[in-house]
Design a protein around this ligand. Structure first.
Ligand code: ATP
Ligand code: MG
Length: 215
């Protein structure tokens, strides 16, 4: 099983939106997928509430068990891919999500505040990975909620690139993502021809290529 962990020091950058939409696209490509919701806010679990997603979203809070037990519970999922959605912050859940990951995804919004948070998050990740000699996890950043019509939106990939990790294709600021959450669906299923679905597919291609899996 491959584990993708989505982490960010800053809240509201689109972690859960990315987790659910990527999961739906991987499912559409025939993978057995589970989203592990490690956020006490339980947004991913709420997304699955209307029971329209065709993959499981399971709550697995680190706080209610030891970190070792949490890691075991994530790794025992019967799936090809587990996507771990975490709360904002760089505490215990963040560290556990890094420990279990094959690929660490750091979404970053378009503002300078977002960029600062991404920089700090990457620095925390790099010291955590350095202190774990066994870790072979890869790290990528993904611009999220960007307006590609505006200069800030066009510059974000370049600025993220300067932070030293691979940068995935962006997810635009698009009401389709908001609607998908409200309706308990994923953009690739509910609106497969939408620009949002096109970019989710492009990001999925990129993730699979980083993992050296066939796209
Ligand atoms: N690409 C996007 N375009 C427009 N709105 C978006 C996009 N991505 C996320 N949003 C909206 O932004 C808000 C925050 O997104 P989301 O919950 O995915 O972020 P998060 O990083 O998981 O937040 P938290 O830190 O609270 O867990 C939600 O209302 C969501 O619908
Ligand atoms: Mg979230």
């Amino acid at each position: 099983m491959i584990v993708l962990s989505i982490v960010q020091q800053k809240g509201g950058v689109g972690k859960t939106t990315l987790a659910i939409n990527i999961a739906a696209e991987l499912r559409a490509r025939g993978k057995k997928v589970v989203v592990v919701d490690a956020d006490p806010q339980a947004s991913a679990v709420a997304w699955a509430g209307p029971q329209k997603l065709n993959f499981d979203v399971r709550p697995e809070l680190v706080g209610s068990q030891t970190v070792a037990q949490w890691l075991r519970n994530v790794l025992k999922q019967q799936a090809d891919v587990a996507i771990v959605d975490t709360p904002a912050g760089i505490g215990t859940v963040f560290r556990a999500a890094l420990d279990v990951a094959d690929l660490i995804i750091v979404p970053c919004g378009p503002s300078s505040l977002d960029l600062n948070a991404a920089r700090q998050t990457l620095s925390q990740i790099s010291s955590a990975l350095r202190s774990d000699a066994r870790s072979l996890a890869k790290v990528i950043t993904v611009p999220t909620r960007v307006d590609l019509q505006q200069p800030e939106g066009q510059q974000i990939a370049e600025e993220l690139n300067s932070l030293g990790e691979a940068v995935g294709p962006p997810l635009s600021h698009d009401v389709y993502y908001v609607r998908a959450f409200a309706q308990g669906v994923a953009v690739v299923d509910a609106a497969p021809a939408s620009p949002a679905a096109v970019e989710v597919r492009a990001l999925t291609d990129f993730l699979l290529s980083r993992l050296r899996l066939p796209v």
